[in-house]
Ligand binder design. Structure first.
Ligand code: NAD
Ligand code: UDP
Length: 325
């Protein structure tokens, strides 16, 4: 490994952030995790609190923070549709003001800064699979816009700080990622289906269930993020990170039932407004520039995720908002 770096992870107590902190602490770096615990809890990083190279700060990224660091991974933002729509103005503030604050810090410290962007910047895509060159079809006034447009504005800010202020940036566009430590009450499809299947409750299919998603296991994703941060300075992205395997939501429900051995029934619920119909990443750029591609198939990743859900006590989790059912 190279030299030890001081690394800030915003949203570091969340699902992806906590795994990223695990990896970075394991590599020997000095890691500072900043989080306001809106959609996470301290338990995700409790095992790191005794490590000499890990620090936890409760802070909201919409407010400036003065730290001296070498690298910043900017992950702070609610990611599940129900929770990011709960307080949409706050979601937009988190994306935009959070980006301005970390970019300001990066400029002052000459730190490298990576933005966790999203496949949602493609909206409900007319181009399939989605390459980074596709500009997307986002409804700017719909209920998902607080997140989609917030993340798009953050990408704009990153590129402008890069072009105008010479800030060393990276942008990754993350496609649906799942795995242990997903919040059981985040309302996302993988956590909902597993929780429902294990409890013998009806599996809630929104709409026809023929809409598709591509599901990436968290270890693959975290590896991709770290490679992007450490990749060549002339490849700033945006780069898609996701698993190109594409499944309908019904297929995901069937696989979850099979792997849990559950006899839960499938029930249809209304499709949320602006719910994208198809989504699959074109990962040619990640392969070419980072030598990265996912290695964990959906079945294997789901097995590990189900095992984790079986091992936790749901009573230990607080639902961030009521929007998980
Ligand atoms: P998560 O909700 O588990 O993590 C987000 C973390 O950010 C949480 O710990 C939350 O408390 C924190 N946070 C939210 N608002 C904050 C604020 N104002 N100040 C400080 N902390 C704040 O979600 P995740 O799946 O781990 O997502 C992490 C990042 O990756 C997010 O930026 C998300 O948009 C992006 N992303 C995730 C996925 C996915 O499928 N998991 C897909 C696309 C993009
Ligand atoms: N979905 C579903 N049942 C659920 C939760 C989600 O059918 O209990 C659907 C949702 O409508 C969407 C897909 O699963 O089509 C993925 O939803 P999620 O919220 O996980 O992420 P998105 O990709 O929409 O941001």
């Amino acid at each position: 490994m190279g030299s030890i770096k001081r690394i800030l992870v915003t949203g570091g107590a969340g699902f992806l952030g906590s795994h990223l902190c695990d990896r970075l602490v394991g590599m020997g770096h000095d890691v500072i995790c900043v989080d306001n615990f809106f959609t996470s809890q301290k338990t995700n990083v409790a095992h790191l609190l005794g490590c000499g190279n890990f620090e936890l700060i409760r802070h909201d990224v919409i407010h400036p923070l003065w730290l001296e660091v070498d690298e910043i991974y900017n992950l702070a933002c609610p990611a599940a549709p129900g929770h990011y729509q709960f307080n949409p103005i706050k979601t937009m503030k988190t994306s935009v003001m959070g980006a301005i604050n970390v970019l300001g810090m990066a400029r002052r410290c000459r730190a490298k800064v990576l933005q966790a962007s999203t496949s949602e910047v493609y909206g409900d895509p007319e181009v399939h699979p989605q390459p980074e060159s596709y500009r997307g079809a986002v409804n700017p006034i719909g209920p998902r816009a607080c997140y989609d447009e917030g993340k798009r504005a953050a990408e704009t800010l990153f590129m402008d700080y890069h072009r105008h202020n010479g800030v060393n940036i990276r942008i990754v566009r993350i496609f649906n990622t799942y795995g242990p430590r997903m919040h059981p009450f985040d309302g996302r499809v993988v956590s909902n289906f597993i929780r429902q299947a294990l409890a013998g409750e009806p599996i809630t299919i929104f709409g026809s269930g023929n809409q598709t998603r591509s599901f990436c296991y968290r270890d693959d994703l975290v590896e991709g993020i770290i490679r992007m941060m450490n990749g060549p300075d002339d490849f700033v992205g945006p780069v898609n990170l996701g698993n190109p395997g594409e499944f309908t939501i019904r297929q995901l429900a069937d696989l979850t039932l099979e792997l849990t051995g559950s006899t839960s029934q499938l029930v249809e619920k209304p499709l949320p407004v602006d719910d994208p119909e198809r989504r699959r990443p074109d990962i040619a750029l990640a392969k070419q520039h980072l030598g990265w591609e996912p290695t964990v198939p959906l079945r294997a990743g789901l097995e590990k995720t189900i095992e984790w859900f079986r091992s936790v006590n749901l009573g230990d989790f607080r639902a961030p908002t009521p929007n998980w059912q």
